[in-house]
Design a protein around this ligand. Structure first.
Ligand code: HEM
Length: 147
């Protein structure tokens, strides 16, 4: 129950506009796994991280990711509502060439963003609460992968 409070409070503390935080998260992701840049090609491939981070389609993807996290934070008491959606979302990511292992780096990037954005408000308890929530989201998405 305390975990839920920590997650809700910290998510709220990021402010209404989550886009700048999502941008920090994805910039970090490309540092950790530069190859992921190749998976984002809207018509043409991006030649640099900067080009990717400033393209409208990619910015839309950042907003979509933040909305999924927002949905998880809003449904901490009934995450099962999101299962079907997340399985299907996983399936779509398999289709665009994402490997489930890459979600580890996404998780690291999420924690990095929270640490940057929350400063001294970032604690071990908070980190653990987010790790638990993120693991549920990713496990559910990963069940959408088929051989
Ligand atoms: C769609 C890539 C992680 C949420 C997409 C698309 C690509 C993509 C190429 C299709 C084009 C687009 O809609 O922009 C990736 C890669 C990821 C990643 C490479 C990291 C390894 C995530 C995560 C979430 C997410 C962590 C949310 C938790 C979405 C959503 C869509 C989407 C909501 C739209 C699906 C739809 O059209 O119904 N992703 N993604 N993505 N992604 Fe991701």
């Amino acid at each position: 129950a305390n975990d839920k409070g920590l997650i809700r409070d910290s998510w709220e503390r990021l402010g209404k506009n989550k886009l700048p935080h999502g941008t920090v998260m994805f910039a970090r992701l490309f540092e950790l796994e530069p190859e992921l840049l190749k998976l984002f090609h809207y018509n043409t491939a991006f030649s640099s991280v900067q080009e990717c981070l400033s393209s409208p389609e990619f910015i839309d993807h950042i907003s979509k990711v933040m909305l999924v996290i927002d949905a998880a934070v809003s449904h901490l008491d009934d995450l099962h509502c999101l299962v079907q959606y997340l399985v299907n979302l996983g399936r779509k990511h398999q289709a665009v060439g994402v490997k489930t292992q890459s979600f580890n780096a996404v998780g690291e990037s999420l924690l990095y963003m929270l640490e940057c954005s929350l400063g001294p408000g970032y604690s071990t308890e908070l980190r653990d609460a987010w790790v638990t929530l993120y693991a549920i989201v990713v496990e559910t998405m990963s069940s959408g992968w088929t051989e």
